[in-house]
Design a protein. Structure first.
Length: 295
């Protein structure tokens, strides 16, 4: 999914000339189906083709824009800080300060902007396969008064970087969409000896606890089906190394997997990395750290 040049130009011009935070909150409300009135933000969303006229229903393009806006709203709510800054402050100093950092699955570049604004990293590079997210990231960075944020196209399973390129590889709330085993092998390849990987995301236990009641209770049969498919794919990945219930989909996030802590540790070790002894919690997610031998 990508915005064509004309769409991108219109969206950029509109967002840079409005209250981007208020617009982002409105788009996030539309994505979460929260009630609201018809104001300037709604008129702008309709005028840009992001919401269908006279409704609060997002178009396909609108969904991607709203998803980026949701990330931006959460970022503003945590004072433009990295999502693990409060839970693991020492991790910022150890993994980011003075380091060359790659974030895989950087989305609309929110974490890249945090690192760029702090000036603590020596280099910050993102990798994001969905062009619409990279385009939104460029607009949001400009709205924040930042220079261009470097986010490359590409997939975690085949990183477009040379061997031993980065001191730190970071992945936040994204590994569930990867083919985890080859992605970890690629991470090991691009890390410098002594470099470290930081993966923060959900596990099967946390997914089940958080989502079972919500999916079954509020989303009816479609929610129950989604929940069952995700659990089945996760168990399949943990035992067979692959998702077992997959059909073609245009959505890159259609079939997530949430390997258990033990499975993640085994996959990390199989990639040639040395897992850290502890797997601390970051809110409802888990932080997996590992180092590349040598250095």
């Amino acid at each position: 999914m990508k915005l064509d040049p004309a769409e991108f130009g219109r969206l950029r011009e509109a967002l840079l000339s409005t209250d981007v935070a208020a617009f982002a909150r409105h788009m996030s409300d539309l994505q979460f189906h929260r009630p609201g009135g018809a104001g300037e933000a709604q008129a702008l969303a309709e005028g840009l083709g992001l919401a269908r006229p006279g409704t609060r229903e997002l178009t396909e393009t609108g969904w991607f824009v709203a998803d980026a806006c949701r990330e931006y709203v959460f970022w503003l709510e945590r004072d433009r800080r990295l999502p693990f800054a409060d839970h693991l402050p020492g991790l910022v100093a150890e993994a980011i300060d003075g380091r060359s950092v790659l974030e895989i699955g950087s989305g609309s570049g929110i974490n890249l902007m945090s690192m760029a604004m702090s000036g603590r990293a020596a280099e910050v590079v993102g990798l994001e396969p969905v062009e619409a997210y990279r385009q939104m990231g460029a607009i949001l960075a400009e709205a924040e008064g930042l220079g261009p944020i470097l986010a490359e196209p590409g997939a975690a399973e085949q990183l477009p970087f040379e061997d031993a390129r980065f001191d730190t590889v970071l992945c936040v709330s994204a590994h569930q969409y990867f083919d985890v085993a080859p992605a970890l092998a690629q991470i090991a390849r691009v890390l410098r000896p002594g470099g470290q990987m930081v993966v923060i995301g959900g596990t099967l236990g946390s997914f089940s606890r958080l989502c079972s009641g919500w999916l079954l209770g509020q989303n009816g049969l479609s929610g129950a089906k989604s929940y069952v498919v995700t659990v089945a794919n996760t168990l399949g990945y943990m035992t067979l190394g692959r998702r077992i219930l997959v059909r073609p989909s245009k959505w890159t996030t259609a079939y997530p997997v949430y390997p258990s802590r033990g499975s993640m540790r085994r996959l990390i070790a199989a990639a040639g990395l040395v897992p850290a002894a502890e797997t601390p919690s970051v809110g409802t997610e888990t932080c997996f750290r590992a180092r590349k031998p040598g250095g």
